[in-house]
Design a protein around this ligand. Structure first.
Ligand code: NAD
Length: 393
């Protein structure tokens, strides 16, 4: 099932749709809770993994970790018999990379996939499980959150396709903040803001409801508290514990609420222009918040409260200043000439029920602002017309 099918397949949520959560109105919504074991504890990953492998009765374990994550993965799997190591990991999971990993897993008779690393590594484990149906135990080392979603992604000929399948939801997630102290501060900040983007975007996503809004709000609080602690003391696990906790909540909220406008934009920028995932999310988020926020007052107020700020945008701006967030898509290699192509693809995938009409003009202005790193507050004044509105449905 693709994400588009899933969006069009479901009824729109009537309550909490604008991320406000319970108010004075009657509550009416359908919420699905994903089943997953979460084992959390700094310094505990190796013991937790050994217990999970034992509990699952796995006999042939494949470990996926990129070369850069190989040393961490060695520590984590020290108490486990590993049948197959796989280190060929590429961001956004090109279909060729997926095919090679699937063949290796099949040839080795793998019955459990363990991934140790960032979202790219988890993504490859999901690609293996999508066809091989092996359970996954995920040990994340960034704040991307892929470990807590049933969303898979594959890239072919410059187009990234995502879909949902419960077979790719890791059966267990092992969080260990000590594994993330080696994540450079710049990457930690970008990755944490990627988690924050899951939270903010879920407040107006197609299946937003009071339950996922509560998780999103707590995710915003934890990430906005944790990231400055990481910047101040990258080797301490205090901020990293909070960031992992927030990343988990952000991903559960995102997986439950679905992709909002922010994710649709970043998905195209990553899949078609090969921009780095976390940095792209970090840069684009304030522009989408400024664009959608005024049309989603309950979501805006909920996020503002979670940031502890007068408005969501001022809270996000304060955090971006505090942690030295990346600011310009131009710094990632995106150019003005790319904007019309991006606009065309994004407009084919505007999420159902986005709080604000999205037009060629509005999206073009938003992307120009993100390209140059101009003041996000100006994005809220972008004028829109009703022409060129396209939705998924
Ligand atoms: P990444 O996994 O590519 O990691 C970024 C870099 O950090 C890599 O070089 C990696 O080796 C390195 N790294 C990871 N952990 C480290 C550590 N502890 N110490 C030192 N270096 C470390 O990037 P990401 O942002 O984590 O993940 C991006 C990918 O995840 C994208 O393809 C994105 O689409 C996908 N994603 C998917 C979902 C989903 O729900 N399916 C959600 C979020 C992200």
């Amino acid at each position: 099932m693709t994400e588009t099918d899933r969006t069009s397949d479901r009824a729109q949520q009537q309550t909490g749709r604008d991320g406000g959560g319970p108010g004075g109105e009657a509550l009416s919504f359908t919420h699905v809770t994903a089943g997953q074991r979460v084992l959390f504890g700094s310094g505990s990953a190796a013991a937790h993994l050994a217990a999970e492998v034992d509990r699952l009765g796995a006999r042939s374990v494949m470990v996926i970790a990129s070369e850069r994550e190989r040393a961490l993965a060695g520590e984590v799997t020290a108490q486990v018999e590993v049948a197959l190591w796989h280190t060929d990991v590429v961001m956004h999971v090109p279909v060729e990379t997926a095919a090679a990993a699937r063949e290796a897993a099949q040839a080795a008779g793998i019955d459990l996939v363990v991934c140790v690393g960032g979202g790219s590594t988890t993504g490859l484990a999901k690609a293996v499980a999508l066809t091989g149906r092996q359970p996954i135990v995920a040990v994340p080392t960034t704040y991307a959150g892929s470990e807590a979603t049933n969303v898979w992604g594959l890239t072919e000929d410059g187009r990234k396709t995502t879909g949902v399948d419960d077979a790719v939801l890791p059966v267990s997630v092992i969080y260990d903040a000590s594994l993330t102290v080696t994540l450079p501060v710049e990457m930690s900040v970008a990755s944490g803001l990627n988690g924050l983007a899951h939270c903010v975007d879920s407040l107006w996503a197609p299946r937003a409801d009071p339950i996922n809004a509560a998780m999103a709000a707590e995710g915003i609080r934890a990430l906005s508290e944790g990231l400055p602690l990481i910047v101040d003391d990258p080797r301490s696990t205090a901020g990293r514990d909070l960031a992992l906790y927030g990343a988990y909540l952000s991903a559960v909220a995102f997986s439950s609420a679905g992709s909002g406008l922010h994710h649709k934009i970043c998905h195209v920028l990553g899949g078609t222009f090969d921009l780095p995932h976390a940095q792209t999310h970090a840069i684009v988020l304030p522009y989408v918040l400024a664009f959608n926020g005024p049309a989603a007052p309950a979501a805006e107020a909920r996020a503002a409260q979670a940031f502890g700020a007068a408005t969501a945008l001022s809270g996000l701006d304060r955090l971006r200043d505090r942690v030295g967030a990346p600011r310009r898509l131009a710094d990632l290699g995106f150019t003005a000439a790319d904007i019309p192509v991006a606009v065309d693809i994004v407009l084919q995938n505007i999420p159902a029920g986005n709080p604000r009409t999205v037009t060629v003009e509005g999206l073009t202005a938003l992307l120009h602002a993100a390209l140059d790193g101009s003041d996000p507050a100006d994005t809220s004044t972008i004028t829109t017309t009703t022409t060129d509105l396209r939705t998924e449905e």
